[in-house]
Design a protein around this ligand. Structure first.
Ligand code: GLY
Length: 254
């Protein structure tokens, strides 16, 4: 699928108060994350996307992870109901940005859904059941997916926070994944590229219009990606990873 537009949000100075299970030596640095975020936006623009950058929301330190707050399927934007209570208010902050969509719908209680648990591969939507996404949230999203012409299925999120922390669709029937997913029946027929156990964050590689954006510092994954014949761009997102985030988390693409 060709992306023409993206929505991103500038990190707030409170970003280091976001939810994270990561450990670090140096604390997250605000100047550095702003530089890394700007480089990310510039790269999406360079790849041809019209990127709308929303203002920071200091009240919600994780709110630059806009991917968790909405899922775009065809002409429909689904406003999520994030699974972490501290992030739930982020959903309404994204509504003005998706107003131009023909249909805007939402996940209703008791459904919970984070966009990071939603992986679209061609016309199929994989929905991960995780600490953040429950079966009811998945069912509601699945209903919308079906209405707009996608098939859908659920699977358990294995090991990582979100589904896309551990597996991503790269195009050309290729999936980059943590080994935990490699024997799942839904992926057996695809080209499975397994990340080395010490390179798990690289599983969150983002395919944008035929280019693969991958986090810097994972040489084995980079080599594996290069065999696909698509351009590979490394991006330094050290401060984002400290907050349990990755490349896909920082934009909504459509
Ligand atoms: N810091 C990202 C998340 O926990 O949702």
């Amino acid at each position: 699928m060709i992306f023409r537009t993206a929505i991103a949000r500038t990190p707030a100075s409170s970003f280091a108060q976001g939810i994270t299970g990561a450990t670090w030596v140096q604390p997250p640095d605000y100047t550095l994350i702003c530089r890394q975020h700007q480089a990310y936006v510039d790269t999406l623009r360079h790849l041809g996307l019209d990127v709308r950058v929303l203002d920071p929301e200091p009240e919600f330190p994780d709110s630059y992870f806009v991917e968790d707050t909405a899922v775009i399927l065809g002409d429909t934007a689904v406003i999520t109901r994030p699974g972490a209570a501290a992030r739930r208010g982020e959903a309404e902050k994204i509504i003005p940005a998706v107003k131009p969509f023909k249909h805007v719908t939402g996940i209703e209680p008791p459904g919970l859904l984070d966009g990071g648990d939603v992986m679209v591969a061609e016309r199929h939507v994989f929905i991960g059941l995780s600490q953040r996404t429950n079966a009811e949230g998945a069912r509601q999203l699945g209903q919308t997916a079906h209405r707009v012409g996608f098939t859908w299925s659920t699977l358990p999120v294995l090991k990582s926070l979100h589904l896309k922390s551990g597996i991503n669709y790269l195009g050309q029937n290729a999936f980059l994944m943590d080994d935990a997913y490699s024997q799942r029946p839904e992926f057996v027929g695809g080209n499975r590229i397994v990340v080395a156990p010490d390179e798990l964050p690289a599983a969150n590689t983002l395919a944008v219009n035929g280019t693969l954006l991958t986090p810097k510092g994972f040489p084995d994954t980079r080599k594996k990606l290069e065999t696909l014949g698509m351009p590979v761009l490394e991006m330094d997102i050290s401060e984002v990873m400290k907050m349990d985030g990755g490349l896909s988390c920082m934009s909504l693409r459509f």
